[in-house]
Design a protein around this ligand. Sequence first.
Ligand SMILES: *Cc1c(COP(=O)(O)O)cnc(C)c1O
Length: 426
Amino acid sequence: MEKKPFVTKEQIEEIVKTYPTPFHIYDEKGIRENARALKEAFAWNPGYKEFFAVKATPNPFLINILREYGCGCDCSSLTELMLSHAIGMKGEDIMFSSNDTPANEFVYAEKIGAIINLDDITHIDFLEKTIGYLPKTLSCRYNPGGYFSISNSIMDNPGDAKYGFTTEQMFEGFRILKAKGVENFGIHAFLASNTVTNDYYPTLARTLFELAVKLKKETGAHIAFINLSGGIGTAYRPDQEPNDIRAIGEGVRRVYEEVLVPAGMGDVAIYTELGRFMMAPFGHLVTKAIHEKHTHKEYIGVDACAVNLMRPAMYGAYHHITVLGKENAPCDHMYDVTGSLCENNDKFAIDRMLPEIQRGDYLVIHDTGAHGFSMGYNYNGKLKSAELLLHEDGSVELIRRAETPKDYFATFDCFDIYNKMDWEAV
Ligand SMILES: *Cc1c(COP(=O)(O)O)cnc(C)c1O
């Protein structure tokens, strides 16, 4: 599918008068349409709830939009819990799906009433000792091991993943929890990441639903919800077909009718913890070409770097690039598009065919709305960008300011060096 930006050159030229590049910009219209479609796709399940994976895009303005469509938050750290609590999410709207969890994070999660999803059988004891009791509702994360396949193709390798209980541990864990007075159980699994197929959720659902039936039968546990977690991906490449959330919801419904309903479990709520699917396509990293370099290869240097978007440097991920104003020009130039970090992997694209780029051109790097800004770091002392929201009426709102050197040096503020900084330089 052709990948078109949701902003034009004219819009960006106007926006940069107030907010200089680089920045991430999010499309409110796209976010809303997608959230509505998700809600409709699972409307057949009365208890359905999406807990947005906060780590994907931890911005309260964006999370508040999702909330209008009934979404809660999925957190896996103290600060994600704090953010969710601060915007007024109630306990049952917060899922705490963490791993290797520090004691203080369990304490805080319980204090704000979040639903705790345990990553390991030893955490039963750890949680009980940490907070002094076990909550009435608890969830356990499942990892069947081996490979996760759909038809004959391997989607991912859970056997190599650090998360979750084994099958035997699920049965043992449920027995222990039930004996200790837990009343409502959840089952969670995240077995493949960034899937671009409508079959992932239905296939996962079958595994979890069949497990749920056995767990109920053998342990007597009341299974209140099954959490399909994240993993519905984004068509980052133009030749990929985006997921069809209606087909996915319908696929899960069929398995639900086939496996859960005949077992007398037609009251189980379906939960999801989508991050990428909710936001990735609705974010652009907008950056300006500031240098061109002709050496052993042709380079375009831009004013963003891996600090703003780490996925290409970290996993060689493909992000489509559009040169604004040159949407219809022939892609007859091959470039490496680079940032300024002193790391040769700081490249947004390698050997990419693009229209001829001049200094001053604006480039849109697509699908940065999830795991984009949030993965950012501060290597080379580079600062994180602003985040902007493009409203449906075309107006633009600043939803996070850019970092300043003061932010970068803030952790030195109790030392003398802080007072010796040349603040005039900024
Ligand atoms: C990362 C994560 C998600 C979201 O994954 P996406 O691929 O962004 O959908 C959901 N749940 C947990 C526990 C995660 O770690």
